[in-house]
Write a protein that binds this ligand. Structure first.
Ligand code: G3H
Ligand code: 13P
Ligand code: ZN
Length: 336
């Protein structure tokens, strides 16, 4: 059964990105795989009146079942009517890699999809992205494309420079594909180990300090496609308090390092309209669950550890919306 996102009470990203661009803030995109993550995201954004994008990766679709996930998102839209009646959100496919998965999501009520053709040649990326856009735009679904490859600790990144987005390619890509937003690579990366220790310096306390984001490349890109919404993936800060809590409660996260909040805040003042955060939520939940298990080894009721983990994630999201994204309190002006 196919369903359009409008019937589910969802919105595409157009209005949100326009407001974010004009207002110099960014829309947070949070990933979810289970009920507690979904509850935390929805209640945090409702309470802080923040527009947001609910993201589902292909891994999440496999983990939680694609049909169930879509109904969970629909349930969240319904719940939102009770807790913040004017607030709407987008349901977005994160890192879609084929036309088929994008079509399947669009047909099941997603309001936005990412087609990540960044590992293909420039020409193949254009061709694939264009096909997704042609399908999506028939239903007013927005599409995010990507140019440039994000470095990751798992990648054999030989020449760092070569993975950054090439500003000279962005105009042609956007014009030929008619994509609605563009994810770029300016030094962010996925996961909790965004940089190898030898790429970082150490501050006076011995804490790893990552290399700064390439704001110069971002500026060049903005000049090539003025007014066009830019997306940053891999933007967790890898909050040290959660890494410490994990490690002091039996965990073993080594050399975990993320993107400093001040740099993300700086990015929100530019054409960056969407910032993706997943790892920070995973770290927050894991930190609390480890602590509960350590402090109360007799506990075996999932509500006793998933409940506090959900509450921590909620508070973390409220804080990010207020302090990092600048999206808190913007819901009313966008949706009424
Ligand atoms: O960018 C990737 C997201 O963090 C989703 O991760 O594929 O493990 O669900 P996942
Ligand atoms: P993080 O791993 O930095 O949270 O990035 C998430 C992301 O980019 C999802 O697409
Ligand atoms: Zn990503």
């Amino acid at each position: 059964m196919t369903v359009n996102y409008q019937e589910l009470g969802l919105v595409n990203t157009k209005k949100m990105f326009k407001a974010a661009f004009d207002g110099k803030f960014a829309i947070p995109a949070y990933n979810f795989n289970n009920m507690e993550q979904l509850q935390a995201i929805v209640t945090a954004c409702a309470e802080s009146d923040s527009p947001f994008i609910l993201q589902v990766s292909s891994g999440a679709r496999k983990y939680a079942n694609q049909t169930l996930l879509r109904y969970m998102a629909q349930g969240a839209a319904q719940m939102m009517k009770d807790i913040n009646p004017h607030l709407k959100f987008a349901l977005h496919l994160d890192h879609g890699d084929t036309l088929e998965i994008c079509k399947a999501c669009i047909d099941s009520g997603f309001s936005s999809v990412m087609i990540d053709g960044s590992h293909h040649s420039f020409e193949k990326n254009i061709e694939l992205t264009k096909q997704v856009v042609e399908y999506a735009h028939q239903f007013d679904v927005t599409v995010e494309g990507e140019l440039g490859v994000l470095a990751g600790i798992e990648d054999d990144v030989v020449a760092e420079e070569s993975t950054y987005t090439r500003p000279e390619e962005v105009f042609e890509f956007v014009e030929k594909t008619k994509v609605d937003s563009l994810a770029i690579s300016i030094g962010t990366s996925h996961g909790a180990n965004k940089f190898k220790p030898d790429q970082c310096t150490k501050n006076a306390k011995g804490v790893l300090v990552p290399p700064p984001l390439r704001f110069d490349i971002l500026e060049e890109i903005e000049n090539k496609i003025p007014g066009f919404p830019i997306v940053l993936h891999g933007s967790s800060s890898v909050v040290p308090k959660y890494v410490d809590m994990i490690n002091s409660n039996g965990g073993n996260l080594k050399d975990a390092v993320g993107i400093p909040s001040e740099q993300l805040r700086q990015a929100t003042k530019s054409a960056v309209c969407k910032i993706n955060i997943d790892s920070d939520g995973r770290l927050a939940m894991t930190a609390i669950i480890r602590k509960v298990f350590n402090d109360s080894p007799e506990q075996f009721d999932p509500r006793k550890y998933l409940g506090p983990a959900r509450e921590e994630l909620k508070q973390m999201i409220i804080e990010k919306n207020k302090v990092v994204l600048g999206s808190a309190g913007r819901g009313k002006e966008i949706f009424t």
